[in-house]
Structures are given as structure tokens and as C-alpha cells.
Design a protein. Structure first.
Ligand SMILES: *Cc1c(COP(=O)(O)O)cnc(C)c1O
Length: 350
């Protein structure tokens, strides 16, 4: 059963990770040519890595099981133990990855609170925070930005801001990493070519398992000269997979068939926001596929809508997060909005 496929089905808006591969993607997976990827000999994995690298204007890619592992390896290639990574205080790489950069990489982190509430670093603020480092002072080695920003409500960094961040980090000799779990959505919303984003960064981690709808996998994109060090770190984290072409085939299928439809998810997010706002809720205008709703007792409201077959996530005590994706259609969004409005008013839906 595909959620949202009929009006009686479960509607799951907790995340864009909940999609399940359909028959055509499964057929592509079953037909994949495979080899042992630990020997770097899986042709489908290599094809996916090369395709994503080229799309992002880079030389090389490394297929990894998760976006978390992509970020972890990317950051560790740029920041040696005891040196510093700067990111915003709500960054996934710091707040939602189990403390991995510290636990595995000995990376010191410093956070800047993004005053815009959208998770975006302000170049003017960052400029005063990059430290050269000496015998006494910790050196800033890298800055990480999140595009789109998850806790920032799927916000899209303007290209001009990214260019300023690049210019200022370059001048300071500091690397720039992109947590691009949803870079695809930024591209779909802004029309900025993927390679134009990609070339601004020393490394990027992009997810295939979010809006693109693959079951597993991310690609870490990086210079060719860094790939073998990245493979060593992937191995050390236990992330080497063998006939992983079966998974990579899903990623290739997703790029062929799901990249161009992300605008549909964005339109559905706008529809949801509009319906909720019309019902009197406080909803920021979604920039991509994430809708944030501010209201009291978020967990209680989420529990009530669950009873109506609608699943919604919470971001703290007073915020709900709804994420649109491949498996929800406009009718599903309408049903979800009705259930949520009734729950917020503490009525029952009939
Ligand atoms: C989902 C996500 C990741 C990593 O996801 P995995 O679940 O490890 O694949 C990284 N960054 C952001 C912003 C995300 O939303």
C-alpha cells in the first residue's frame, strides 16, 4: 500500500525518507550489473559516483550508506583532530549525527546561532569568527553549510550568500563543506544549476534516500585526489559494501525519474501551508518541501492526527514539521490539513 494512494490510506508526512521504491525502481535494482565495491569494481556504483560528481561539477564521488556517513567522512577529510569546524547551531552535522565528528574524528566544533531562524550563516558574522590558529589558538579548518536547511524549514541559501561564504573562506584558507542532503530541492526551487552550487564547495554530501526516493544511499562528492583517503575512512567506519550496485541502481533510477518532479513536492508543501494558514495556524511560507507549523503542545497534536491516519513529526515542544514527498499527492495534503486543523482545534474529524 502506498501512503496517500487513496483517501483511506495512511499519510506519512514525518519525512521524505519514508518513500518506498516502486516496481520500476525495484526492477532497475534487480537488473543491476554488480561487482565487489570494496575492490572498487562495482560498475553500477562507479557509474552512480561519476554521474553525481559530474552533475555537481566535481571530479569524484564515493557511494556511502547514509548522509550521516557522507558528512562524517567529508568533514574529517577537511579537519584534523583538535582543529575546528564551524557550522550553525541547528546543523544536522552537529546536532543530529550522534556527535560523530567529535567521537570519531576528534573535531572541535563551534556553532554560530543563525539569527534569521532559517539556519543560514551570515557571512558578515562568520568573517569575524574564522581563526588562523597558532601554538595557542585553535585553527578553523572548515565551515559546513546545509542546503537546504532542515531545521530551518527547508530554507534555500541564496547563491549570492554562498558565493560570499566561499570568497571569505577561500581568503582565510578555510575549506567549505556542504551538507547537501536536500541540495536537489534547492536546485529545484531556485533553478540554480547543480554544478554551480557544487563548484562552490570542497566537498558535498548528497542524499538519494530523501526526496529522490531511493531506499538507501548518499554520495560524497570531492576532488579525485581525496577519494582514496575517503575510501579509507569509509572502511574504518564499517561503511564498505560489497555488491552495492543493487542500491546504486536505485540512485541512478531516482536521478533519471525523480529529480525533475521535486517541484511537485514543493507545490504540495505550498498547498499544505496555504490550507493550514487559512485555518488560522501559524505557518511559514515553505521554500521547498518542508512545512513548519508553530503551535502549543505539538506532541499532543501530532498524537491526535496520528489517530486520523496522518503522521507528522515534531521539532521541539511547539513546532510541527511536515515534509512532502513522492508518496503524497494533493488529496493527501488536503486530508492531512483537515486532520491537523481539527486536532489543533481539538475537534474530532468525522
Ligand atoms: C537526512 C539528513 C542527513 C543525513 O541523513 P541519513 O539519514 O544519515 O542518510 C544529513 N543532513 C541533513 C540536513 C538531513 O536532513
Amino acid at each position: 500500500m502506498i501512503p496517500g494512494a487513496d483517501s483511506g490510506a495512511l499519510i506519512d508526512l514525518r519525512s521524505d525518507t519514508v518513500t518506498r521504491p516502486g516496481p520500476a525502481m525495484r526492477a532497475a535494482m534487480a537488473a543491476a550489473e554488480v561487482g565487489d565495491d570494496v575492490y572498487d569494481e562495482d560498475p553500477t556504483v562507479r557509474a552512480l559516483e561519476q554521474r553525481v560528481a559530474t552533475l555537481l561539477g566535481h571530479e569524484a564521488g564515493l557511494f556511502v550508506p547514509s548522509g550521516t556517513m557522507g558528512n562524517q567522512i567529508g568533514v574529517r577529510l577537511l579537519v584534523e583532530p583538535g582543529a575546528e569546524l564551524i557550522a550553525d547551531a541547528d546543523a544536522h552535522v552537529l546536532a543530529n549525527e550522534g556527535g560523530g565528528v567529535a567521537a570519531h574524528g576528534g573535531v572541535l566544533t563551534r556553532t554560530l546561532v543563525a539569527a534569521d531562524g532559517r539556519g543560514q550563516l551570515d557571512p558578515d558574522v562568520l568573517a569575524g569568527q574564522l581563526r588562523a590558529g597558532d601554538w595557542h589558538t585553535v585553527a578553523t579548518r572548515a565551515v559546513a553549510v546545509e542546503q537546504t536547511h532542515n531545521r530551518g524549514g527547508g530554507s534555500v541559501y541564496p547563491l549570492a550568500t554562498l558565493r560570499r561564504l566561499r570568497e571569505l573562506t577561500r581568503r582565510a584558507g578555510v575549506a567549505l563543506h556542504c551538507d547537501g542532503a536536500r541540495l536537489w530541492n534547492a536546485h529545484a526551487a531556485s533553478g540554480v544549476p547543480l554544478a554551480e552550487y557544487g563548484r562552490l564547495f570542497d566537498s558535498l554530501s548528497v542524499c538519494l534516500s530523501k526526496g529522490l526516493g531511493a531506499p538507501v544511499g548518499s554520495v560524497l562528492v570531492l576532488p579525485a585526489g581525496a577519494r582514496s583517503a575517503a575510501r579509507r575512512l569509509r572502511h574504518r567506519l564499517g561503511g564498505n559494501m560489497r555488491q552495492a550496485g543493487i542500491l546504486a541502481a536505485a540512485g541512478l533510477y531516482a536521478l533519471d525519474h525523480h529529480l525533475d518532479r521535486l517541484a511537485v513536492d514543493h507545490a504540495n508543501a505550498r498547498l499544505l501551508a496555504e490550507l493550514l494558514r487559512a485555518g488560522g495556524l501559524s505557518v511559514a511560507e515553505p521554500e521547498t518541501n518542508i512545512v513548519l507549523v508553530d503551535l502549543p503542545d505539538a506532541a499532543d497534536v501530532a498524537e491526535r492526527v496520528r489517530e486520523q491516519g496522518v503522521l507528522i513529526g515534531t521539532f521541539g515542544p511547539n513546532r510541527l514539521r511536515l515534509v512532502t514527498h513522492l508518496d503524497v499527492d494533493p488529496a493527501g495534503c488536503e486530508r492531512a490539513a483537515r486532520a491537523l486543523l481539527a486536532a489543533a482545534r481539538r475537534e474530532s474529524v468525522t
